[in-house]
Design a protein around this ligand. Structure first.
Ligand code: PLP
Length: 397
């Protein structure tokens, strides 16, 4: 007899903690936490069983139990069939693009994609890939994505630094019309806010360096999607490009994942309080946060993120421009100047000098990235303390 209890699905954090701790249950000295398999080769051949990816384990550039355990946990979170992890987010993105693209292929990418992703796409033009930049408006991306001959569409759930939320279902519908592969970089949203594969994406990528690992102490990347792409062609390309994650990294990312849900909730709660504080501050010209009702992405965000959480990053324009921004950075004590995001420490980035420094001033202006714009990755500190620090530094401008 099936009871309501039998049919209830476990929550994502329960499933992740289970996946990361019970993988070695048959070991007579079974550890609770999957250990670091600090070995390059394994004893091989060991069994008659057919090879699936790099298993039975043979060599750590192909597969390693510590990284496979992490991959299973990410697969659960993103609701895919399989995951591969890489040594950085850019290793994941470059392996993916090299594996799936060839000369003559048409790629549509959001013009607000991460700077190194855009740089890589530009380099791929030398190999005959045709790159079309579109957006950030989702309708514009969808109209390019639906054009016949499109091979791959690359978007980000929440873009950097102006935090536009992409209408992934709309873009997915357009990509289906042209038969294109839709890749969604879900780094800023995390699967706690949004699961792109549920909404029509083919593949979801992460810079695990950010919220997924979550502690500013390890780098990593991942790709999740159907086994027919991930376990086959992408796995072969990870092997030949040598972009596999190291087991030491995998251990740290796995440790971070167990607290992903509670950390993301706190990041989001803090970010909303700080966005509301900044929106009222006389030294601030404009605040960008999809959780604010006046934000242009608020209605899409409300539809796509039913949890009512809108991410841990808040961008804003400081009245007065560059000099005032630099003064602000010098006066902050708790918030540190730094280009990364998604970890316990609140960090303030200056996009004109970090993520978008390789663009010309005209290109930056077209994207709305000017000298008065800063991006705050709201940390896990008590929000009253972050606000106090911002307030003392802003009031001195
Ligand atoms: N995707 C996004 C949205 C990012 O913000 C970043 C890095 O900041 C990357 C990809 C690249 O990840 P990594 O720095 O881990 O190579």
């Amino acid at each position: 007899m099936s009871t309501r209890r039998d049919s209830r699905e476990k929550g994502p954090t329960t499933k992740v903690i289970q996946a990361l701790s019970s993988a070695l249950g048959s070991d007579p000295y079974a550890p609770i936490v999957t250990p670091i398999y600090r070995t390059a080769p394994f004893m091989f051949p060991r069994e008659d069983s057919p090879m699936i990816r790099g298993r039975p384990y043979k060599y750590s550039r192909e597969d390693n139990p510590t990284i496979v355990t992490l991959e299973k946990a990410i697969t659960i979170l993103e609701e895919g069939e399989d995951t591969l992890v890489f040594n950085t987010g850019m290793a994941a993105i470059s392996t993916l693009l090299f594996a799936l693209l060839g000369p003559g292929d048409r790629v549509v990418a959001t013009r607000e994609a991460y700077g190194s992703t855009l740089h890589l796409l530009k380099e791929l033009e030398r190999w005959g890939v045709k790159v079309v930049l579109a957006g950030p408006d989702s309708g514009d991306i969808a109209s390019e994505a639906s054009k016949p001959g499109t091979k791959l569409v690359f978007v980000e759930t929440i873009t950097n630094p102006l935090l536009h939320v992409t209408d992934v279902p709309e873009v997915a519908k357009a990509a289906r019309e042209s038969g294109a592969i839709l890749v969604v970089d879900n780094t800023f949203a995390t699967p706690i806010l949004f699961r792109p594969l549920r909404h029509g994406a083919t593949l979801v990528v992460h810079s695990l360096t950010k919220y997924m690992a979550g502690h500013n102490d390890v780098m990593g990347g991942s790709v999740t999607g159907p086994a027919s792409i991930v376990s086959d062609r992408l796995w072969e390309w990870r092997k030949i490009m040598g972009t596999t994650m190291d087991p030491e990294q995998a251990f740290l990312v796995a440790r971070g994942l167990k607290t992903l849900e509670i950390r993301v909730k706190r990041h989001c709660e803090n970010a909303l309080k700080i966005a509301e504080f900044l929106a009222e501050h006389p030294k601030i010209r404009e605040v960008y946060y999809p959780g604010l009702p006046g934000n242009p992405s608020h209605s899409v965000a409300k539809r796509l993120f039913p949890s009512g959480m809108y991410g841990g990053v808040v961008s804003f324009r400081v009245r007065g421009g560059r000099n005032e921004v630099l003064k602000l950075m010098r006066r902050l004590t708790l918030v540190k100047p730094s280009p990364s995001l998604g970890a316990p420490e609140s960090l303030l980035a200056y996009p004109v000098e970090s993520s978008h420094s390789s663009l010309s001033p005209e290109e930056r202006k077209a994207l709305g990235i000017t000298e008065d714009l800063v991006r705050l990755s709201v940390g896990l500190e008590n929000y009253e303390d972050i606000i106090e620090d911002l307030d003392q530094a802003l009031s001195a401008l």
